[in-house]
Design a protein around this ligand. Structure first.
Ligand SMILES: [Zn+2]
Length: 149
């Protein structure tokens, strides 16, 4: 009789051991939350950095295309090519050039709407991105860090 009771108690204890307590679950959730709080700002920053680098690369392409355009057309320093005139020199033609676009601007327009989001500027001036932001989108070819057109 007594041994039967002990067996029953043992069974209850074993069943209880199979689950997690509220405190254990709360600790796990807190650890996951802590890791997410550390990781998410880093992901955001990495995304911004890669978008800025892609934009700077586009600006380099546009600047080089501008110089080529000026050479071939005998343009003077003060003249400004249109985005359509530059398409040939960035290796694109027509709507296929839409991937030469600031990552912060909507895609789909020829050269990513470089006339508006990224100002091409005159031949002697550096092209610039109108999405420029000193903290989040520091896309500029200007060595002084300024982004004047
Ligand atoms: Zn940009």
């Amino acid at each position: 009789m007594e041994s039967k009771k002990t067996n029953k108690m043992k069974t209850n204890k074993q069943i209880r051991k199979a689950g997690f307590t509220l405190v254990e679950i709360m600790i796990v959730v807190a650890i996951i939350g802590l890791l997410a709080a550390i990781a998410i700002p880093n992901f955001v920053k990495a995304r911004q950095t890669s978008q800025t680098n892609a934009c700077i690369n586009n600006l380099r392409q546009i600047d080089s295309a501008k110089q080529q355009w000026a050479m071939e057309n005998g343009a003077v320093g003060g003249s400004t090519p249109t985005s359509d005139q530059l398409l040939v020199y960035v290796g694109k033609s027509g709507l296929a050039g839409s991937d030469v676009c600031c990552p912060l601007s909507p895609k789909g327009t020829p050269m990513g709407g470089y006339g508006t989001p990224i100002d091409i500027g005159a031949v002697t001036n550096l092209p610039w991105c109108s999405n420029y932001d000193a903290n989040t989108h520091r896309a500029t070819l200007n060595p002084t860090g300024l982004n004047t057109p």
